[in-house]
Write a protein that binds this ligand. Structure first.
Ligand code: IPE
Ligand code: IPE
Ligand code: MG
Length: 249
């Protein structure tokens, strides 16, 4: 890191309020590749390197939970060749990163409809979760084959089954009951949502959990996103007045 990066990290740590949970919509890989006359998968490959960079940045800043949107339910509608390339990259990422993530105390989990993944991708996912289980420095949630509406429908289905089985009564279905049946049950809601590549939309990401997150949109394309950009987003977050519907103190 250069001196100025250290200064920025020092400044955000001095302020003290580091968002415990940061969610990121990692967007812009295709445009990054297109700008270089490269095929779209080359952008996804470069995007994978940015994940390593942001894990490092999260560890340095002292973030507890990083939840990254890597592949949406809607992304299954992309051309098969692009989906194949993304799935190969997922397995490559796991093979390449597992040891380092474990050594850095990063506990990886996958959120989404994983049954749609190929058997070999599912095995790779399971092995990374097992290898990194117990990592105490950072929880890294990778959202793959993820859609927020499907997640909410799944929670409703789980609740309905429990009511039907007599383990739950409808009067007890409250916000906590729903939250406990989401993929994110173990973690607090994100404090900060970052979206790269300048798009101002959620694209079906964490609709429930982002109710009171602070939004930060940057024009930087995901493969170009570095820890310095992450620290800048945290610095911006530190200027926000989070009122949660109340009046400021
Ligand atoms: C984000 O980059 C990665 C995935 C959605 C898999 P895109 O592939 O959406 O890149 P753009 O938006 O086309 O530039
Ligand atoms: C959102 O990006 C999904 C991920 C980053 C994985 P998209 O590129 O799929 O979103 P839209 O299509 O621009 O809304
Ligand atoms: Mg996109």
């Amino acid at each position: 890191m250069t001196g100025s990066n250290d200064d920025l990290l020092g400044a955000i740590r001095l302020h003290g309020t580091i968002p415990a949970h940061i969610a990121i919509i990692m967007d812009g890989n295709g445009r990054w590749a297109q700008a270089r006359s490269l095929p779209r998968p080359a952008g996804h490959q470069a995007g994978m390197a940015a994940v390593r960079e942001i894990v490092e940045g999260g560890l340095q800043a002292g973030v507890d939970v990083l939840t990254l949107f890597a592949f949406s339910q809607e992304n299954w509608q992309r051309p098969p060749a692009e989906i194949d390339a993304l799935m190969r990259l997922l397995e490559e990422y796991i093979a390449k990163e597992a040891a380092q993530l474990r050594d850095q105390g990063v506990a990886v989990r996958f959120l989404g409809d994983l049954e749609r993944l190929s058997p070999s991708a599912q095995r790779a996912v399971d092995s990374l979760v097992a290898t990194t289980a117990g990592g105490a420095n950072l929880a890294l949630n990778l959202c793959i084959s993820y859609g927020a509406r499907a997640e909410l429908a799944r929670a409703a289905r789980l609740i309905a089954e429990e009511v039907k089985a007599g383990r739950l009564v409808p009067q007890d279905v409250d916000e906590a009951c729903v939250a406990q049946r989401l993929y994110t049950a173990e973690w607090p809601d994100p404090d900060l949502l970052i979206r790269t590549s300048g798009e101002y939309r959620l694209s079906n990401f964490l609709l429930w959990q982002l109710a009171y997150a602070e939004f930060y949109v940057t024009p930087v394309l995901w493969p170009d996103f570095t820890r310095v950009h992450l620290f800048q987003a945290i610095q911006d977050y530190q200027q926000r007045d989070r009122r949660f519907g109340r009046v400021s103190l």
